[in-house]
Design a protein around this ligand. Structure first.
Ligand SMILES: [Zn+2]
Length: 387
């Protein structure tokens, strides 16, 4: 009898120990409750509208200006301990300041483009090119971006070497970046996320700036390129992949083939987790807006991917707040919120600025602003004499 009791007791103990091991194993397999909150910020289509100044009306404006969105960036960074900041292109062409700089061909050898002087203050992590980056030619672009304190990436612009088909897969720019982002997780510990960044541009750029592309560069299909590159990025350990896409929600009119060259196509690429886009000077998400297919303004998702577009000329800041959870040694996005935050609010049909211009920016830019006004004066005088 004693033996029997002992036997039952030992079986129970073994079962209990076994159950306990299973429980512990199961816990470590599901892993772990570590989570990270990561905030991704976007500017796009700044077009060198660096100051809150309307050069046509010759007076200050509250409706745009990089120096205002700069204040929003500072605020957004202060509110959050883990942030990344990206620009999605069309920086160096547009405003009279940009025109003034481009009219002085050797500007870049003696000075830094005022757009980069301003952006460098905010600490960007990376940027991609817009179609307007190519308007002044390749030499101007390459020399000008030397002034940026942050890397540029583009995957679908290739060296045109049509005489040698073996060689037509050479990327002209750095096709992707892997950023080892140090973060503080929700337990308050230091942690690390490897963030992959890929840049893509609408292929119609090649037609629009034919003279600068012919026999030099070609632009390939965005989706096909991304599908080729993203698996490489995953293999090299990217935990999450952010696509910087200078293209509209829909493909550009007049370009064949349209397929594969818009933001909705990119949202279908496996492995891309987040999309920051620009080019159409629109806003995404827009409260209350509907469609097209796969586009969810309510949740800020396109085919399930967190997405944002931050307007133009510094009138909005794109913000995507992510929660990442570690599951089986991998970071998974479990929550996201996309917002295009404006620099003005409309109260009773009156436009009210939300932020003041960043004072440091005005200090940096005042010289270029004065020189631009002089340049505009001499240009109109010249036009007048020609008439
Ligand atoms: Zn633009």
């Amino acid at each position: 009898m004693k033996k029997k009791i002992l036997f039952i007791l030992s079986i129970t103990l073994i079962l209990f120990m076994h159950a306990n091991t299973i429980r512990i194993q199961a816990k470590s397999e599901i892993n772990d409750d570590t989570s990270i909150k990561l905030r991704i910020l976007e500017t796009t289509d700044i077009h060198s509208y660096l100051l809150n100044y309307d050069y046509e009306k010759k007076k200050k404006t509250i409706e745009y200006g990089y120096n205002r969105v700069a204040s929003l960036i500072q605020q957004a960074k202060k509110e959050h301990r883990n942030t990344l900041l990206f620009d999605v292109g069309d920086v160096i062409k547009g405003s009279p300041i940009a025109e003034y700089v481009a009219s002085s061909p050797m500007f870049y050898s003696s000075d830094i483009h005022p757009a980069y002087k301003s952006m460098n203050v905010l600490g960007y992590d990376a940027a991609t090119f817009g179609n307007h980056e190519f308007n002044y030619g390749l030499d101007f672009l390459i020399n000008t971006i030397k002034g940026a304190d942050f890397p540029y990436t583009n995957a679908n612009i290739y060296v045109d070497d049509r005489n040698d088909y073996e060689q037509d897969d050479i990327h002209f720019f750095q096709p992707y970046l892997l950023i080892d982002k140090e973060v503080i997780n929700e337990k308050g510990e230091m942690d690390n996320v490897k963030v992959g960044v890929i840049g893509l541009i609408t292929p119609i750029t090649q037609q629009w700036d034919k003279a600068h592309f012919d026999n030099k560069l070609i632009i390939k299909n965005m989706r096909k390129t991304a599908e080729e590159i993203v698996p490489k990025m995953k293999k090299e350990g990217a935990d999450i992949i952010i696509a910087l896409v200078h293209a509209g929600l829909e493909s550009d009119q007049g370009y064949r083939p349209k397929s594969g060259n818009n933001v909705r196509d990119i949202s279908k690429v496996e492995g891309i987790d987040v999309i920051l886009y620009g080019h159409s000077h629109g806003i995404f998400p827009v409260k209350g807006a509907k469609g097209p297919k796969g586009v969810n303004h309510e949740k800020g998702l396109i085919n399930g991917k967190p997405t944002v577009q931050a307007g133009n000329w510094g009138n909005h800041l794109g913000i995507i707040d992510l929660t990442l959870q570690k599951k089986k040694e991998k970071w998974i996005i479990t929550k996201s919120k996309s917002t295009a935050k404006p620099i003005i609010r409309i109260i009773k049909k009156k436009k009210i600025p939300i932020v003041s211009p960043m004072p440091e920016m005005e200090y940096i830019l005042s010289r270029y602003h004065e020189e631009t006004l002089e340049y505009m004066k001499s240009k109109s005088l010249l036009n007048h004499l020609e008439e």
